[in-house]
Design a protein around this ligand. Sequence first.
Ligand SMILES: Cc1cc2nc3c(=O)[nH]c(=O)nc-3n(C[C@H](O)[C@H](O)[C@H](O)COP(=O)(O)OP(=O)(O)OC[C@H]3O[C@@H](n4cnc5c(N)ncnc54)[C@H](O)[C@@H]3O)c2cc1C
Length: 465
Amino acid sequence: MTQLTTIQIPGFRGDVITPEHHDYDGARTVWNGIVDRRPRVIARCQGTADVAAAVRFARDCDLEITVRGGGHNVAGTAVCDDGIVIDLSAMRAVSVDLVEHTALVQGGALWGDVDHETQAHGLATTGGIVSHTGVGGLSLGGGIGWLMRKHGLTIDNLVEAEVVTATGDIVRASADDHPDLFWALRGGGGNFGVVSSFRFALHPLGPTVMAGPIFWAAENTTGVLRFYRDFVADAPDELMTVVRLGTVPPLPVIGDELHFRPAIAVASCYAGPVADGERALRPLRQYGAPLVDLVGPTLYVDHQSGIDDTVPHGWHYYWKGTNLAALSDAVIDIVAEHAYGATSPRSYAAIFHMGGAVARAPRGATAYPERNVDHNMSIDAVWLPEQDDTVASAETAWARAFFDALEPHRAGVYVNFLDFDDDTTRIREAYGDANYQRLAEVKAEYDPDNVFRNNKNIQPATPAR
Ligand SMILES: Cc1cc2nc3c(=O)[nH]c(=O)nc-3n(C[C@H](O)[C@H](O)[C@H](O)COP(=O)(O)OP(=O)(O)OC[C@H]3O[C@@H](n4cnc5c(N)ncnc54)[C@H](O)[C@@H]3O)c2cc1C
């Protein structure tokens, strides 16, 4: 075993960042400001060869490994105490192939990088709804976003991936190469290796789309949700909506007088011609008396980054996620009762409308299990770093009580919305028994020693005796 006195990683050309390094604190910081871990070394890779070198080094030194894509996972799984971070944050290149209509995206890219390069050609693929989220973690968990009802989840658009395995080998996974690995990567998270690059299918889009939020006062929540439920039941695949319950965020496009007022919003994006989007959204825009209607022709890249500032790096976050089979009257009553009970005006709940192309993809084609749920919900407690433990406890308790009240109506959970310790027991819930078992078998083949375990971990299957 290599001794760790001075740290030199054989064959590594990137930055080796140890606690003495001037950028150590910056390099170990992730999106959720609660997370405060001190790795022994951060290996900031320049490319695939560096990733392979870092994996081999970590194994030789028996170091705990974490993998950092965009650093956005709410549970902070990109960093660990005393181990090595395989840091992909310098690997953000995106190149568009205009013949094949695909994008080759390095494993540390953010969605803003992908949108920037692809929209320059009027193309796009399904990505997250906040531009500073990482492509790596989001894609490997499934990937929900504005384009999914038209074009499927992010993983439905994954054509191939370059993967550094637990042995430090570099393999290509696609429908033809390592198909079992390719299946597992599409939903199974970072359990199977480090993805140094993804190739995604692209689709024509915009660059201008009909998009934006409409806000109504919180008192109207029950009515808005009942109307919304019926409205989205017939929505075309092009129309994707997200309900946001909390307070009006203090964005520059919204008048000061509305800032932090309790409100329900329906945010939308129509992935098709603006005129069609205008028609599709008209009934929603005519419902009730909105506080403000910000729907209009918008550059897709602007829409993709429109809420970035409402969830900045460094604030404190705690999430509870759940899928909902349907927005029944009972669910709507629970949502209306709990949604505005948070102490912090920055806490909110979001409900993503699923269906469309997500639901039509063949069952079992990928490791993402929950294709038949109508709605995916995340209850997000948010407070400021300077606020004390009383606020932290109140916000956490609010999210848990809200989640507990929904228990009879829950239908699984999206793995990328799982949070800290009290969610580690929910990984089987995220995959279901059959999918989990199949993932465990692929894990046993590609990572039998569970080297990649700082994630939403799938234990390698033990061979039958
Ligand atoms: C503000 C915000 C908005 C979000 N919006 C959406 C959304 O619209 N849609 C959605 O689906 N999800 C969304 N999410 C959830 C998001 O999918 C997860 O947080 C995801 O883990 C983020 O990926 P990351 O690369 O930034 O995270 P990281 O913290 O860097 O990585 C999380 C884990 O993913 C694995 N990983 C990351 N990159 C790689 C790689 N290249 N190879 C192998 N393993 C890797 C590792 O196991 C790592 O521990 C959002 C999260 C936040 C915080």
